[in-house]
Design a protein around this ligand. Structure first.
Ligand code: ARG
Length: 275
């Protein structure tokens, strides 16, 4: 009796153990024979202040488009890596890189000594300079003529820097705006007498808003040449090398010139000659 009881118990235990084994064994075997799942492809998050046509803007569908997007997309395609553009207000753009919310920034960012202290830049991918926008009837002929006027700039841009230097940083005649289009709207409504911003953006705005009756005033002697770079977090050499390699590749194979011509109508050298 005792033997039977014991035997019964052992048998039951064996069945239970076998069941447990079976359940565990099946998925383990499947995992061993199936190929390991591919690691999810890294998608680099690229921040841009998409209120800066023709470099970066949002179309009617809300897609982020422009010269900068075409350039970086070509770079990524060459380098075989994936990117995603995320609209990021200029005000917080450098902080978003610092915090790691963005892997890189492409936003017509001028490479400056000061910015180089806190982020790393790619090789330059575009030449720019400041340009003055005024009403067609304005007598402004050079930058120094703005000294006693109300001047609109986008906060924290190189335009802000140069105007703050001429008028004085705390001068209330320096009117700072969240975006360059907002500054230009204020010029239209008469709240400011002039706007100083990157030449490409000013030229594009004036050409596309003829009803505003603006004109541009260049002043080569007052404005230093600027160059745009793609920014990565300080020390992110892995991504920076990919970007720089891609930039060199698209310059060498003509795709940079193609994108340039799409937006500015001619190859960079020809455009520079014409200017
Ligand atoms: N190039 C200027 C700067 O770096 C202005 C750039 C503004 N870019 C933009 N997407 N809002 O200060």
């Amino acid at each position: 009796r005792r033997f039977l009881k014991t035997a019964g118990f052992v048998a039951a235990a064996l069945v239970l153990a076998a069941c447990g084994k079976k359940e565990e064994a099946a998925p383990a075997a499947a995992a061993a024979s199936a190929p390991p799942p591919p690691p999810p492809a890294k998608v680099y998050v690229i921040g841009t202040d998409a209120a800066y046509a023709p470099f970066e803007s949002q179309n009617e569908k809300g897609e982020i488009v422009g010269f900068s997007m075409d350039i970086l997309s070509a770079v990524a395609a060459k380098g075989g890596f994936e990117i995603k553009f995320v609209n990021t207000p200029w005000e917080g753009i450098f902080n978003s890189l610092q915090q790691g919310d963005r892997d890189a920034l492409i936003s017509s960012i001028t490479i400056t000594e000061e910015r180089k202290q806190t982020m790393d830049f790619s090789a330059p991918y575009f030449d720019a300079e400041q340009l003055i926008a005024v009403k067609e009837t304005s007598k402004v002929a050079k930058f120094a003529d703005l000294k006693k006027l109300k001047v609109g700039v986008q906060t924290g841009t190189t335009g802000d820097e140069v105007v703050s230097k001429l008028l004085g940083k705390t001068n209330t005649n320096v009117k700072r705006f969240e975006s360059t289009p907002l500054a230009l709207k204020e010029l239209q409504s008469g709240g400011v007498d002039a706007v100083v911003a990157d030449n490409g953006v000013v030229i594009h705005y004036v050409a596309n808003n003829p009803a505003d009756k603006f004109k541009t005033v260049a002043d080569k002697t007052s404005f230093a040449p600027e160059q745009y770079g793609i920014a990565v977090k300080k020390g992110n050499t892995e991504l920076l090398e990919k970007i720089n390699k891609g930039l060199a590749d698209i310059k060498a194979d003509g795709s940079y010139d193609q994108v340039f011509a799409k937006y500015f109508g001619a190859a960079p050298a020809a455009a520079a000659d014409a200017a």
